[in-house]
Design a protein around this ligand. Structure first.
Ligand SMILES: *Cc1c(COP(=O)(O)O)cnc(C)c1O
Length: 360
């Protein structure tokens, strides 16, 4: 993992959110209005929102039957003329099947941007994820491996892309100090209250405060009136950058604890480190209920193909129901346990107890 801290700088091009970093990378990679951008279903609304913000159209690729990541065969099927970039997500920190995905992109000269929102330190054949594409991006909101309140960053591996990103970056402004303070207050609230055993209570409190407009929620509706374009011209606030650098200095602690977990069926040669620990129980609803009453942290995302959008809302991000059947089934089935520095041996024991006593 030390390779990550040595060779990769994720605090160089910092943005208001992960989706803002992705939008900046897409522009720098030459994506124009009307182009298509391929991305996987079983993702967060932040990803298509970034694509839509540059005027491009998201094209959804299904997940593999036995993993949480993009299916190379479906990628080939879904690529149409006008596709100008590919976003490869390393879901839950498990490296995607890059051995098969990258050749598809190279054959068609598609720039690849890696979605590293769930991982800082995973690697594939000893090489850190985030270094395979022309660029990659990170997210620092609650629930991600490094939490700075809200925030994101871009990492660039291609010199020409770097030049363009750098030029574009000059136009970004920090959020007003009041917004920065609000995000900082959210971070302090999160850090002082969140423990895996307090997950359900903290989640309810945060959702309530977000609905009341007191703090910034993770998910925003894709709606031009409530989602001003100004967010997409914002960089990370100075206060959030300080929080991020403080977290980066503690990166070692994150990996050590996470290695207690074995992730399910990672591709050969991968070394998944952080993210979350996904499970697909027979009865998701019931396991979530039992976790809630046992006060064991268990997250239900992604619960739809483009979380948290459901039903007709999916059309707003150009997702056609039935177009990615594996991802839709996965979303109905998956839950995940937390990993990270806050998860101690007792939390692990309680999670294991819950799973052992799970009855359907
Ligand atoms: C969290 C997340 C993002 C970015 O989220 P922001 O809220 O914009 O920081 C992007 N992709 C995935 C898969 C995510 O989970």
């Amino acid at each position: 993992m030390s390779q990550r801290s040595d060779s990769v700088r994720i605090d160089e091009f910092t943005y208001f959110r992960g989706r803002v970093a992705l939008a900046a990378l897409l522009k720098a990679a030459g994506v124009k209005a009307g182009n298509r951008v391929a991305l996987q279903a079983f993702t967060c609304v932040a990803v298509p929102e970034a694509v839509l913000s540059v005027g491009a159209v998201p094209v959804y690729v299904d997940t593999e039957t036995d993993s949480f990541n993009m299916d190379p065969a479906d990628l080939v099927q879904k690529l149409a003329p006008g596709t100008t970039a590919l976003v490869i997500q390393h879901t839950f920190g498990i490296p995607a099947n890059l051995g098969r995905l990258l050749p598809v992109a190279h054959d068609r000269a598609l720039p690849v941007i890696e979605d590293c929102a769930h991982t800082i330190t995973s690697s594939l054949d000893g090489r850190p994820v985030g270094t395979f594409g022309v660029g990659s991006f990170y997210s620092f909101e609650a629930g991600k491996p490094l939490v700075a309140g809200i925030g994101g960053s871009a990492q660039v591996n291609d010199p020409r892309l770097r030049e363009r990103l750098d030029a574009d970056y000059q136009g970004y402004v920090a959020p007003p100090i009041l917004t920065q303070l609000q995000i900082l207050a959210t971070l302090v609230g999160y850090k002082t209250t969140y423990r895996p055993a307090a997950y359900w209570t903290v989640r309810a409190a945060f959702r309530w405060l977000a609905a009341a407009g007191v703090l910034k929620g993770n998910y925003n509706a894709v709606d031009a009136s409530t989602r001003p374009a100004t967010d997409f011209r914002r960089k990370l606030g100075g206060l959030q950058l300080l929080a991020l650098r403080r977290e980066l200095a503690r990166l070692d602690r994150i990996s050590i604890v996470n290695q207690r977990f074995r992730h399910p069926r990672p591709p050969r040669g991968t070394d998944p480190v952080d993210g979350r620990y996904p499970l697909t129980p027979l009865d998701k609803g019931r396991l979530l209920e039992q976790a809630r009453s046992a006060r064991v942290e268990l997250a239900d995302f992604y619960a739809t193909a483009v979380h948290p959008l459901a039903g007709d809302q999916l059309r707003r991000v150009a997702y056609e129901r039935g177009s990615c059947p594996n991802a839709e089934v996965l979303a109905q089935r998956v839950v995940s346990l937390p990993t990270g520095p806050r998860v101690g041996p007792r939390d692990v024991a309680r999670s294991v107890d819950l799973l052992n006593s799970f009855t359907t």
